[in-house]
Design a protein around this ligand. Structure first.
Ligand code: SF4
Length: 454
């Protein structure tokens, strides 16, 4: 693209003509429409507000009118992308509640990822040894109907403040194994700029924190928030990474492209996390259009999440085979770096588990039989002689074993020979247990190990 054309495109205002905000905001001054503060102050959340923008269905009116439903707020910008006449519009379905949201389903949970159980101080989730999730706000620019943290997001009474930040940062400071901190929420980019900068500055002053990441949907819900002023602050705290959240190609408007370009120009590596949603993006072709639009905006498709078993999201869930089908349709059919990893974030706090088509069909000591994306089947001949890596003489191996206590409890420990079994606690403790662990295994079992990995 030539530079002049690109500059012209980037200057276009969000999802509207350059001269006037879209219907029904024509009377709003363009400067106000482009101001993120105006957008936040004029969010839509009632039957009356939204009825002025789209033709609400009976199910939407029921959803909007329900007592105790998850918070509704939609920026005028994002609302302007909705198809007023199509109840199946993928933009509209993400943020307008329907009566389906009120229907409970089997096995739904409030905290499906068991984050509260892994929280040593309020708002901090420490599930993996070397990284933590810092929930820094409960507020978002708009609210997704399938939000996995709907138990606390949107609730002003659950808002976190200075006291919580102090406790979170103190925990990180005294836990040297933490090298990666993810700021999330809620949406960290809805915080006042000085609060956000203070958090980044304090995290950067902790020597063992190597990387800070931000998870945000603001570039999509409120792209005008990504101002040159904001990016000039963010770029001071490198290495800073950001994951955005786009589910459908229609979300990538000229405004969003401008916001993403500003972030990328500030040197922030960008990734995207989508949630697989029935009737929105459960289609290989929609997903292919999405990943292509993302990489054009310098955003690497990172994850497709299986929709969590969270309260209110039952009607968005798909069979897992739908996600596998999507990955099958992408891998080999487009550039490798445009293929996201499809994951199930395991219920009860098991973390992200990748799920993918099977490309290894069979294997023997001599050969591995593999198939490619077209169904071409071939055999890779294994080497006759392989001098195996000697971890006892490798300083890197030794330091990693010491640094990651969970590693000695994992499947990786089985492959390395440090363990020979991983057994469910119920089997290990059962009175009629058919065999006992060898002295060698007993010696390697971590003291005080509990839970299902022993
Ligand atoms: S932006 Fe993220 S945290 Fe906020 S409602 Fe959507 S999914 Fe939940």
């Amino acid at each position: 693209m030539d530079t002049e054309k690109e500059a012209q495109e980037l200057e276009e205002p969000p999802g509207c003509s350059p001269l006037q905000p879209p219907h029904p905001w024509e009377a709003v001054p363009l400067a106000s429409w482009r101001d993120w503060r105006w957008q936040l102050a004029h969010r839509l959340n009632s039957v009356e507000d939204l009825g002025n923008v789209i033709h609400l269905t009976k199910e939407e009116i029921e959803g909007l009118s329900a007592r105790g439903r998850f918070r509704v707020d939609v920026t005028p910008y994002f609302a302007s992308l909705m198809d007023p006449d199509d109840a199946a519009c993928p933009i509209r379905r993400q943020v307008i509640p329907t009566s389906q949201e009120l229907v409970p389903y089997r096995y739904e949970m409030a905290d499906s990822l068991a984050e509260d159980r892994h929280s040593p101080v309020p708002g901090l989730v420490h599930r993996y040894p070397d990284r933590v999730l810092m929930l820094v706000t409960t507020q978002c620019a708009s609210y997704c109907r399938y939000c996995t943290r709907s138990r606390l997001v949107g609730d002003p009474a659950a808002q976190l403040g200075r006291k919580a930040y102090d406790a979170q940062i103190e925990y990180i400071s005294r836990t040297p194994m933490i090298r990666d901190v993810l700021l999330s929420g809620g949406d960290p980019l809805t915080l006042p700029q000085n609060v956000l900068e203070d958090l980044l500055r304090r995290l950067r002053s902790i020597e063992h924190v190597e990387v800070v990441r931000i998870g945000s949907r603001v570039p999509i819900f409120l792209p005008m928030r990504i101002t040159p002023d904001l990016t000039s602050i963010l770029r001071k705290y490198h290495p800073l990474w950001m994951n955005v959240h786009v589910n459908h190609p229609r979300e990538i408007t000229p405004d969003v492209r401008q916001a993403l370009a500003r972030l990328a120009d500030a040197g922030i590596p960008l990734g995207n996390q989508s949630v697989l949603l029935a009737g929105i993006n459960d289609c290989p072709n929609v997903m292919r259009d999405l990943v292509h639009a993302l990489v054009k905006s310098r955003v690497r498709p990172y994850y497709i999440y299986q929709c969590d078993m969270v309260h209110g999201a039952g009607h968005f869930r798909t069979p897992v085979s739908v996600g596998v089908d999507i990955v099958e349709s992408l891998r080999g059919h487009t550039s490798g770096f445009a293929v996201p990893t499809y994951v199930i974030d395991a219920p009860h706090g098991g973390g992200k588990i990748p799920v993918m088509p099977n490309y290894v069909l069979s294997q023997s000591p001599d050969r591995v039989v593999v198939r490619n994306y077209l169904g071409f089947i071939t055999a890779y001949t294994q080497p006759d002689a392989y001098l195996r890596h000697d971890s006892s003489n490798c300083t890197s191996c030794q330091s990693h074993i010491l640094a990651d206590p969970q590693e000695s409890e994992s499947v990786a420990a089985l492959l390395s020979g440090r363990r020979s079994t991983i057994e469910p606690l119920e089997v290990v403790d059962a009175p009629l247990r058919p065999h006992s662990a060898s002295p060698e295994i007993g010696a390697l079992a971590p003291a005080g190990a509990n839970g299902h990995l022993r």
